[in-house]
Design a protein around this ligand. Structure first.
Ligand code: NOJ
Ligand code: NOJ
Length: 585
């Protein structure tokens, strides 16, 4: 039984209501369930968090991704899921909405301090272990093969802990902050400052390259980390964090595809690059004080809105459950259109992220008292007013009223989509079937519940402390050197195009003589995009004025074939960009 049926039974003719009434009803129904759902998955007392495996007991503060133990087995703890979940809980606590959460938050920080020190396949605490994506729920290392490292984890964790630490400082608990929390925060921030320019698996644990979400959350972490360090008098780290934050902000711009009007999620991967990665970035780096600034892809920025439309539209024709829905109405959305994991279905948390970005945008437009439509965001706004032109529309104008009410309704439509496919007990799994809407994959996914809570908060107009996104200036020249690799040199964007015919299942990669080309590592080689097959391409930031050697390799089911000798070479220009046009040898 679907939520709409349940609602009908309790007397609400949801189907006959506008999207907003259906969303209202779902918010009332699902909010308490989502809160209980989050808490049930946190050890040691969460009702669903108990280790089903006899050997594994769930330690205090440890977030189980889902109690599902097979297909998929999610009875592990991921740093990303945990940090996003606790950021939501910490916001509830610091805003006074739920004052009971303090003990749980303390157990979260203590358990993270333990996990930081656990040696694991990514390394020790000082040799890269902080990038390990997941652990066993008894706080031991997970040692099977996995997509590692995932470098968003330390950034998201420090963001969560900093938001708690700022509240503690406001409430005169300085000693605990400087003696207990700062060492945890500093380990993560140092890791980000030293490793941000190294390749990473994306948040979906599949693509090893650079990833927009990871870059953006790393930028946020170092930016707010510098401010936080200043606040507690730890001034020695401030310049280093700020330098790398500037470099990250510079690099962040390179993901924007100005011709197609969207953010390319990963530099590798060989896909369209349309991905919920980018929408999740807007909501998790939202700063209400930053207005509609496009440098940090704020939710109401023209780039983020253009991107949102392209992302949403990529799911209109691929899911059966979206068929027959008007081209400007809400649909169910997934991680990325090419996804095949567990059937490649819509996800609750990605569909809600669309709604949350729009609610955030509505909050900021209301504060600014106007909407600015640019050439970049025009196609987004034309969905709601076909005749609209670029310009600024003050809140007193009819156009502003038309746009904001249509966008609120559009946002509510994404909530209503989840509502339609939420089972009658309110349980939220990871996905719902693209053909029937029935729940699929991990049951009671903690992140699904947390995403529900944050989207509903944004819908009610609530905002939380910002992180310093306002008024940032993008440096004119990007440097990709982490502080650990010595002096920051300038880089240039080099596009590699290689004509290569491949068989099904085979992909083309690039590796070479510098860090940015993974130092001749076939394992870490960069995957090229086949968007213009048989030409495979990738754009990489390489050190300027440097001679670099490289080769393409092909991989098929683990088998690696190198191009024949000699190595290809290029001397990069001092500035600007360059293109290499090759044919597979
Ligand atoms: C498990 C990961 O959690 C998931 O994100 C990924 O899609 C699959 N492995 C397939 O690689
Ligand atoms: C798979 C998702 O792709 C990944 O982002 C998440 O961390 C894990 N599942 C656990 O929920």
């Amino acid at each position: 039984m679907r939520f709409t049926l349940l609602a009908t039974l309790v007397g609400l003719a949801v189907g006959a209501f506008a999207q907003s009434s259906s969303a209202d009803a779902y918010v009332a129904f699902e909010s308490p369930i989502a809160k209980v759902g989050v808490l049930a998955n946190i050890g040691p007392s969460g009702s669903k968090s108990q280790g089903a495996k006899a050997s594994a007991s769930n330690s205090a503060g440890i977030v189980v991704a889902s109690p599902s133990t097979s297909n998929p087995n999610y009875l592990y703890t991921w740093t990303r899921d945990t940090s996003l979940v606790f950021k939501a809980l910490i916001d509830q606590f610091t805003s006074g909405e739920d004052t009971t959460l303090r003990g749980l938050i303390d157990s979260f920080t203590s358990s993270q301090a333990i996990l930081q020190q656990v040696s694991n396949p990514s390394g020790t605490v000082s040799t890269g272990g902080l990038g390990e994506p997941k652990f066993n729920i008894d706080e031991t290392a997970f040692t099977d093969a996995w997509g590692r490292p995932q470098r968003d984890g330390p950034a998201l964790r420090s963001t969560a802990i900093i938001s708690y630490a700022n509240w503690l400082l406001d409430n005169s608990n300085t000693t605990y902050v400087t003696q207990t929390l700062w060492p945890i925060i500093k380990l993560d921030l140092d890791y980000v400052a030293n490793n941000w320019n190294q390749s990473t698996f994306d948040l979906w644990e599949e693509v090893n390259s650079s990833s927009f979400f990871t870059t953006a959350v790393q930028h946020r972490a170092l930016r707010e980390g510098a401010t936080f360090a200043t606040r507690i008098g730890q001034t020695s780290v401030v310049a280093g964090y700020t330098t790398q934050a500037d470099n990250l902000l510079c690099f962040l711009q390179s993901y924007w595809n100005p011709i197609a009007g969207y953010i390319t999620a990963n530099t590798g991967g060989g896909r369209s690059g349309k991905d919920a990665n980018t929408v999740l970035t807007s909501i998790h780096t939202f700063d209400p004080a930053a207005g509609c600034d496009a440098a940090t892809f704020q939710p109401c920025s023209d780039k983020a809105l253009s991107n949102l439309k392209v992302y949403v539209d990529s799911f209109r024709s691929i899911y059966t459950i979206n068929s027959g829905i008007a081209a400007n109405a809400a649909v169910a959305t997934g991680r990325y259109p090419e996804d095949s994991y567990q059937g490649g279905n819509p996800w609750y948390l990605t569909t809600l992220s669309v709604a949350e970005q729009l609610y955030d945008a509505l909050i900021v437009w209301d504060t600014l008292g106007s909407i600015n439509v640019t050439a970049t965001s025009l196609s987004f706004f034309q969905q709601f007013s076909s005749g609209i032109a670029a310009g600024t529309f003050p809140s007193t104008s009819a156009t502003y009223t038309t746009l904001t009410s249509a966008i609120k309704d559009f946002a509510d439509g994404f909530v209503a989509m989840n509502a339609q496919y939420t089972p009658s007990n309110g349980g939220l799994s990871e996905q719902y079937s693209r053909s029937t809407g029935a729940p699929v994959s991990a049951v009671d996914l903690t992140w699904s519940y947390a995403a529900t809570l944050t989207a509903f908060h944004a819908r009610s107009g609530k905002t939380y402390a910002g992180w310093g996104a306002a008024g940032l200036t993008v440096p004119a020249v990007c440097s990709t050197s982490g502080s650990g690799t010595g002096s920051g040199g300038a880089t240039v964007a080099v596009t590699f195009n290689v004509q290569a015919t491949t068989v099904f299942g085979e992909n083309i990669y690039l590796t070479g003589s510098v860090d940015a080309l993974e130092n001749w590592s076939p394992d870490n080689a960069l995957l090229l995009s086949a968007a213009n097959y048989p030409v495979w391409s990738i754009t990489v930031n390489l050190p300027a004025s440097t001679s670099v050697e490289y080769k393409y390799i092909r991989k098929n089911n683990g088998a690696v074939t190198w191009e024949s000798d000699p190595n290809n070479s290029i001397t990069t220009p001092a500035s600007g960009s360059a293109t290499e046009t090759d044919t597979w040898r």
